[in-house]
Design a protein around this ligand. Structure first.
Ligand SMILES: Cc1ncc(COP(=O)(O)O)c(C=O)c1O
Length: 476
């Protein structure tokens, strides 16, 4: 690009996610966005993990509580106090409400200290700020299959994937952690920590108590940090529920001898409440120095005081919070079951999961070759077919550092397109349910352009409110 040489190294680098192949799917969507009436053959956005499934409950609350906005006649009395507020600790009511909500989402068994809540611009900002606090350029973080968008770009840290595969359901093992630590140190790098997402993006799985304890022991033994991105905490729908690293800390015996200074949690309201536009991110650290430093850094990405005020009002309504969490998890579970059953009808298996807004879809049968290097190219080729011809923007496993090619993250929309895609070889009756059930997954990648009568987009925007202008993933 002209004039780029005049800019900084960061500006010239290709470290931003937008420069990665992953964003090609987004660009394809931008060029040709799906619309149910105006552009039914357009690209459907399934690369965005949005959760609008329980938006109606929030909208209902907003209508009943105009005082939560300082721009209404009912709320304008607080205008001066709220609009002039600028301390980067955040409104006390906001921090208290977040601490209480985080505890509630973790089964009411953890008490979070409101003085340790540091705000940031979404989890993206929180993840970057915590890395700035913990590491220097060139330092390494170990990551099991993980969403890491943009964490590396401005911080200059590197990421080394921890091998996780289908043989044990993508579980994180101590052996795999040890191996990646050995590999990283053998390359002469300085390993500063381990980054987890729990519940996992892209897997939708939950870490169990023993795995969390093993991980704590691992970071403690190595004296490295543990950053737990728990942005999907309230999306868990299994009976066992979500177990946070904070639950383990809370239950720890005093003799456990774990250095709490190494433990940090990242949270946001982008997924659990489905409010990514509000840019509410949180760093919760057990390390006093990190809290102080992160709070100073937070002045670069504060949450607006009106948003803080609104969230404080909404989350202090216990009846609403209880209803929202109960209903949201019920709807997520129902939608997940519907989608995975639909995929199974054409022989597509998904990793068993019980949280998140997506499914980890196994398309390994579509890869021609088995040796790993070719399979990686194959995954990229298959992904192109899905974007260019099927016109679905799904996310390939490689964009999550998945070391086993052939896995794709998808959302619960456009089942009909997926059925048409995988059933293409079956013949003219492909759209009948009976046919789909009787056939297994056989598809050639040398596909032709498909045409669709209707995309069967299972979107809460469509089911709970009037059709949106732009249909994204909108829940799954
Ligand atoms: C695991 C994870 N962390 C962080 C983010 C970014 O969230 P936010 O919108 O709060 O910046 C996402 C968004 O998809 C995510 O999946």
């Amino acid at each position: 690009m002209d004039g780029l040489h005049l800019l900084s190294k960061v500006a010239r680098s290709c470290g931003h996610g937008e420069d990665s192949a992953y964003f090609d799917g987004w660009k394809a969507y931008d060029r040709n966005p799906y619309h149910p009436a105006r552009n039914p053959g357009g690209v459907i956005q399934m690369g965005l993990a949005e959760n609008q499934l329980s938006f109606d409950l929030i909208q209902e609350w907003v209508k009943e509580h105009p005082e939560a906005s300082i721009c209404t006649s009912q709320g304008a009395g607080a205008f001066g106090d709220v609009a002039a507020f600028q301390y980067y600790e955040g409104l006390p009511a906001f921090r208290n409400a977040i601490a209480k909500f985080m505890g509630r989402v973790r089964g009411g068994r953890v008490v979070f200290d409101a003085d340790r809540i540091v705000m940031s611009g979404g989890a993206t900002g929180a993840n970057e700020a915590i890395i700035f606090c913990l590491a220097d350029p060139g330092d390494v973080f170990l990551v099991p299959s993980l969403f890491d968008r943009d964490v590396r770009w401005r911080t200059g840290v590197k990421i080394i994937a921890v091998a996780c595969g289908s043989s044990n359901g993508f579980q994180i093992t101590t052996q795999a952690l040890e191996q990646s630590y050995r590999d990283a140190t053998a390359q002469g790098t300085n390993v500063k920590g381990l980054i987890l997402t729990n519940p996992s993006n892209p897997l939708g799985t939950l870490l169990d108590r023993q795995t969390l304890k093993d991980i704590l022991k691992f970071v403690n033994d190595k004296n490295i940090h543990l950053v737990c991105d728990e942005i999907y905490a309230a999306t868990a729908f299994s009976a066992a529920g979500f177990l946070s690293v904070a639950n383990i800390v809370e239950d720890m015996e005093p003799a456990a001898d774990i250095n709490l200074d190494l433990i940090h949690i990242v949270y946001s309201f982008s997924k659990d409440l489905g409010l990514p536009g509000f840019r509410i991110g949180v760093i919760y650290s057990y390390n006093d120095n990190v809290v102080t430093c992160a709070r100073r850094m937070s002045s670069f990405a504060l949450v607006s005081s009106q948003t803080q005020h609104f969230i404080a009002c909404m989350l202090s309504d216990d009846t609403f919070v209880d209803k929202f969490l109960r209903e949201s998890s019920k709807r997520l579970e129902a939608r997940h079951a519907k989608f995975t059953t639909g995929l199974m009808r054409v022989g597509i298996q998904c990793l068993k999961s019980s949280a998140g807004l997506f499914c980890w879809m196994d398309l390994r049968k579509l890869l021609d070759r088995n040796d790993k290097e070719c399979a990686e190219d194959d995954e990229a080729r298959l992904w192109r077919v899905i974007i260019d011809e099927v016109k679905l923007n799904v996310s390939p496993g490689s964009s999550f550092h998945c070391t086993e090619p052939g896995w794709f993250r998808t959302m619960e929309v456009a089942l009909k397109r997926i059925w048409a895609f995988v059933g293409r070889k079956i013949g003219p009756d492909v759209k009948t349910k009976k046919h789909r059930e009787n056939h297994v997954f056989t598809i050639s990648k040398s596909s032709k352009r498909l045409s669709f009568e209707d995309d069967n987009v299972l979107s809460p925007i469509l089911s709970h409110s009037p059709p949106s202008q732009m249909v994204h993933t909108s829940y799954f």
